[in-house]
Design a protein around this ligand. Structure first.
Ligand code: IPE
Ligand code: IPE
Ligand code: MG
Length: 254
């Protein structure tokens, strides 16, 4: 009973002091940016227009997250399963980093944001890879928020890849099964430099994980937001953070 009262009090106080209450912000936010196609369809526009608008949201949310002091922002941009979409849509998405980073890069540098990626990026078209490599290179000394794009990323493929590399290493050392630990598997994932996400947001109302960070979200808080990604904004992000702050994380304990 007292516990409930305490929680009620806490959520009230969060509502009362909107901006000033951004304490206990998540260190790492991961976002499944979904709903670009539906956003376009609603407006009778081609799906690619939704992806274009989605990139504008990426810019806005990056700035907002960095201003709030988020340390890691991981954005699901293209999954290993998204190759099954029509070729014209895939080609458009693959070209986005080329066009978009031209204007976004100076902004990232100004905001001290460091661009990184997770996923099988070697399989991307060379022009896409070149644009991404330039963004990484130009921001490599930045010390602020890490902006991690998950591109050609899939959680299952990541685990298979990690287990394969681990197997190669272990067999060289003639190691035994007992040497395999959670920490060791984590070390072989693309995300080995990052803490696990504290908060996972998916936009567009869909409530599934779609192969995103399946190992890493074991204890993340999930928020399914109704907005389509091009309509998601700073205000929505702040609301998600407030909801996160009102949750009690237990990690299996009491
Ligand atoms: C997310 O939006 C972007 C990518 C998957 C690349 P969608 O393109 O999936 O949009 P919906 O889900 O069809 O509305
Ligand atoms: C997940 O969205 C992938 C990205 C946001 C990049 P999808 O639109 O591909 O997921 P499903 O197909 O609805 O599960
Ligand atoms: Mg979708």
């Amino acid at each position: 009973m007292f516990k409930n009262l305490k929680n009620k009090k806490k959520s009230q106080s969060i509502q009362e002091h909107s901006d000033s209450d951004l304490h206990n912000i998540p260190e790492h936010i991961a976002i499944i940016m979904d709903g670009n196609g539906r956003w376009a369809k609603k407006r009778k526009l081609p799906r690619i227009k939704g992806h274009y608008e989605g990139m504008q949201t990426v810019k806005k949310i990056t700035k907002a997250a960095s201003d709030m002091g988020i340390k890691y922002l991981t954005l699901y941009a293209f999954s290993t399963e998204n190759w099954s979409r029509p070729e014209s849509e895939v080609n458009y998405i693959m070209n986005l980093p080329v066009n978009f980073l031209k204007t976004f890069l100076p902004e990232l540098i100004e905001n001290n944001v460091k661009v990184e990626t997770i996923g099988f990026i070697d399989n991307l078209p060379s022009s896409t890879l070149k644009a991404i490599d330039k963004a990484k290179e130009d921001t490599k000394n930045n010390t602020g928020m890490k902006l991690i794009f998950a591109i050609n990323y899939g959680g299952r493929a990541e685990i298979v890849h990690s287990v394969k590399s681990l197997y190669e290493q272990l067999s060289k050392k003639q190691a035994c099964a007992e040497d395999i630990t959670e920490a060791l598997i984590s070390e072989y994932l693309f995300t080995n430099k990052y803490p696990d996400p504290d908060l996972l947001i998916r936009t567009s109302g869909e409530q599934r994980i779609s192969n995103f960070l399946i190992w890493q979200v074991s204890y993340s808080e999930f928020i399914f937001n109704e907005k389509l990604w091009p309509d998601f904004d700073k205000n929505e992000l702040e609301n998600c953070i407030k909801i996160y702050q009102s949750r009690q994380r237990r990690f299996g304990g009491l």
